[in-house]
Design a protein around this ligand. Structure first.
Ligand code: 5GP
Ligand code: MG
Length: 181
């Protein structure tokens, strides 16, 4: 994809070390919630959650299966689309299973609200949600994830799986985009 965005720099907001420490503690809480289960499916929302889900499942001391779902998102811009569509469905069945949905950011709340409704209609035994980042100031629908990594202000962020125009997903930290012109 051509880089046709105005010039910008990325200012670090959350270090790789802080993320790792937070994930360790979240994994302990999730382990307590799902203790004893042998039917947990961890569902990552593509593509932004792929780094988070990879680190999170490796801290979980539970038997887990991993599946992925893709919902329509920002596209290549910086604005939420609000109308959420399922672009890629799960491969596996979740009826009667425990499900943990893993998202990168809760922003307006439309995506997770929609995805949760979509998955609950398949009658999982339990469905919980986790998002690495939460921007409560941007909420448009009443949605609260069961676990949040970090609350952040209303800034456009990248890194640790999260992109701007498909770039910067490979940064090991979370940074905010600052335009220089
Ligand atoms: P929603 O507004 O539906 O809660 O979130 C829509 C999607 O927007 C999320 O899945 C998230 O990936 C994306 N999003 C929200 N804030 C940001 C951001 O600061 N940077 C990027 N790259 N994506 C974001
Ligand atoms: Mg997303």
């Amino acid at each position: 994809m051509p880089a046709d965005h105005p010039p910008y720099v990325i200012d670090q907001m959350i270090s790789a070390k802080s993320i790792a420490a937070r994930i360790e503690s979240l994994a302990r809480e999730i382990g307590t919630e799902f203790a004893g289960t042998d039917k947990l499916v961890v569902v990552g929302l593509l593509r932004g959650s792929f780094v988070f889900i990879a680190d999170l499942v490796r801290e979980l001391d539970l038997p887990v299966e991993v599946d992925f779902l893709e919902a329509s998102s920002y596209g290549d811009g910086m604005d939420s689309s609000r109308e959420v569509r399922i672009l890629k469905d799960l491969r596996g069945q979740i009826e009667g299973r425990d499900v943990l949905v893993v998202e990168d950011i809760v922003d307006t709340g439309h995506t997770l609200a929609h995805v949760t409704k979509f998955l609950v209609s398949r009658n999982p035994a339990r469905l919980r949600t986790i998002a690495l980042l939460d921007k409560p100031a941007r909420r448009e629908v009443d949605f609260k994830a069961d676990w949040i990594g970090f609350e952040i202000p209303d800034e456009f962020v990248v890194g640790y799986g999260i992109d701007y125009g498909q770039r910067n997903r490979n940064l090991p930290y979370i940074g905010k985009v600052r335009f220089t012109q």
